[in-house]
Design a protein around this ligand. Sequence first.
Ligand code: C2E
Ligand code: MG
Ligand code: MG
Ligand code: MG
Length: 282
Amino acid sequence: GAKAGGRHCAKIFDPNDPLISDESEGISALLNIAIGRNLVSLVYQPIRDSETGELVAAEALMRLNGLNGTPILPSSFIPIAERTGAIHDLGLWAIRTACEEMLAPNKAQLVSVNVSPVQLRAPGFAASVAEILARSGVSGNRLALEITEGLAMELHSYVTASISELRALGVQLWLDDFGTGHAGLSWLRAVDFHTVKIDRSFLHAAETTEGRAMLEDMVTLIRNRGSGILIEGVETEEQGALARDLGIALIQGYHIGRPAPASQFAATDAEKAGQKRRAKRA
Ligand code: C2E
Ligand code: MG
Ligand code: MG
Ligand code: MG
């Protein structure tokens, strides 16, 4: 439990937060040394055209290992990083690493990196992104930033300022996990997103008639806003076919491709392209 007024953490943690535990203090300490000690890395998951199967982009997903090598899930460490502020350095590290290991060597034409609304609220975020792009020689239009509508996240003026600065760099703005948060519709109305990613729960629910109707309504809503549409969580051939039938242009999920380190990413994809060519010839 929380140690009220205890040690150095009193300023960082809200002692009334029931989530605070020794475990989260351990993760918090780990996050501070993660970059320097190579405990953090990125894996990339392919995003494909639902019609042609062509690789369109790759999503960067962060991985963290404990000092004993145990993997720690993003769902545990990202909220802690957001609370302690470690997300600022980790988030920029992710953008820099994706530019260096994927975009500069042309392993993918486009990479999407997740950003927390906490990062967008920090003045100077877009300037840091501009510097990373310039240093790695990557043009802004090859980077997409996935914004998850956080719980009750408001469109703070710093957030809208960051968004327009990023847009000026040519960076694509994607709305992640659409349909799950509380702010989704207001974000969709306020920001002109390049692409909206529909949360996988809506695809999985589309097996029923009502679920399918709901997904169709979401597709119409996003299309009417003029944004591109991606659906995540495609786990079966049938789900991929449904996405295509509903006119969802981009698909992502375990059936489409598993997340892999940059070193294995190109090989995996080339292999798939090779398989497809062989299948066509046969
Ligand atoms: P997300 O951005 O919605 O990423 C998709 C998550 O679903 C990933 O989990 C991915 O591995 C998983 N996934 C992919 N395909 C499938 C599928 O077919 N079925 C199922 N059931 N799951 C699938 P992961 O890597 O554990 O990441 C979880 C969340 O953590 C991400 O959700 C994102 O919100 C956050 N996250 C990950 N990396 C970063 C990062 O670098 N920065 C920030 N701010 N957040 C990150
Ligand atoms: Mg994402
Ligand atoms: Mg997502
Ligand atoms: Mg999701």
